[in-house]
Design a protein around this ligand. Structure first.
Ligand SMILES: [Zn+2]
Length: 316
């Protein structure tokens, strides 16, 4: 049998599974609607998708290395303890549930951004780096902390929930239930909110004329591509917020680079140059510290699933 592993990344709308060889090549993939409306539905849908992919490739579903990534706080035992953006998945016993339904001995389950960090470190933007943080921007912010050549999982598996660093006292309400979390200021939702605030306050006449009061983050990105200064200013502002969080992480972890990926990559052309520009002024001891790089992720939407397969190969 060929030497492959299977990795799955469960997102808010779709579940992406890949068949990965030992060198990081994706041999096949399947995308299905994710079913995170309840813990049981999540495990059943995952079982079905994994079984189908194994049947197509004549792989033994009970023995193939299998890894699964899920957004949120994933415990060391492979349980989704709490997932602000997949609330129905909270409590899902993903590892033990898949082992039972697929007659397996072990299944690796981890936070999706932790797994993306592994893949970017092995085959992507952080290849060869020993100290970096993967930052995934989308509905919220996910994180994977890799220091001293080790992925940090913490006491319970919950390390790297960087989107929920508190950055504003009594700030915007977050899906996690707290206020002022970093991801409320750096996300598609945040950009949409800020753009609508500017339009409502009469400070963005060009955006208002183009898109009206219900404009979205995608509209802002398109306007920035078209050199609309109000859109550029909003992205510069978000770049500052991104840099502020990265500076906090650099102060705590002393990493040499950040890899930024996730669903907001359409904004990267505008966002990351702004972030790099602001970061220098926010870092403690910039001259003594040396450069802290902010890199584009290179593996795209497959990073989490690839990392899941990689972790399965190495942990099982
Ligand atoms: Zn939060």
């Amino acid at each position: 049998m060929i030497d492959v592993a299977l990795g799955v990344d469960v997102g808010g709308t779709k579940s992406l599974a890949v068949v990965l060889d030992a060198t990081g090549h994706v041999l096949d993939e399947s995308r299905v609607a994710s079913h995170a409306e309840s813990p049981d539905a999540l495990v059943e849908a995952l079982s079905r998708q994994i079984r189908q992919l194994c049947e197509v490739h004549d792989l033994d579903v009970s023995t193939i290395p299998l890894g699964v990534g899920v957004a949120g706080m994933v415990a060391i035992d492979g349980r989704v303890a709490f997932s602000p953006h997949l609330p129905g998945a909270s409590g899902a016993q993903v590892a033990s549930g898949l082992c039972a339904s697929l007659a397996r001995q072990s299944t690796v389950v981890d936070n999706d951004a932790n797994l993306a960090a592994l893949a970017e470190g092995r085959w992507g933007a952080a290849r060869g780096e020993s100290h970096y943080v993967m930052v995934t921007l989308g509905t919220g912010i996910g994180g994977g902390i890799f220091t001293e050549s080790t992925l940090r999982r913490g006491a319970h598996g919950f390390a790297g929930e960087i989107g929920h660093m508190s950055v504003v006292a009594r700030g915007e309400r977050c899906a996690c239930g707290a206020r002022g979390c970093w991801e409320r200021y750096v996300s598609g939702d945040a950009l949409t909110r800020r753009a609508r605030e500017e339009v409502a306050a009469g400070r963005a006449a060009l955006l208002a004329a183009r898109y009206g009061p219900a404009l979205t983050s995608e509209d802002v990105a398109a306007a920035a591509d078209a050199h609309v200064p109000e859109a550029r200013a909003l992205l510069d502002e978000m770049g500052w917020w991104l840099a502020a969080g990265l500076a906090n992480l650099a102060a705590i972890l002393d990493v040499s680079c950040f890899v930024v990926g996730g669903g907001l990559s359409a904004l990267a052309n505008h966002l990351l140059p702004a972030t790099r520009g602001h970061l220098d002024g926010l870092l403690e001891g910039r001259a003594a510290r040396g450069e802290v790089e902010v890199r584009d992720a290179v593996l795209g939407a497959r990073a989490g699933a690839m990392g899941a397969a990689l972790a399965a190969r190495e942990r099982s």
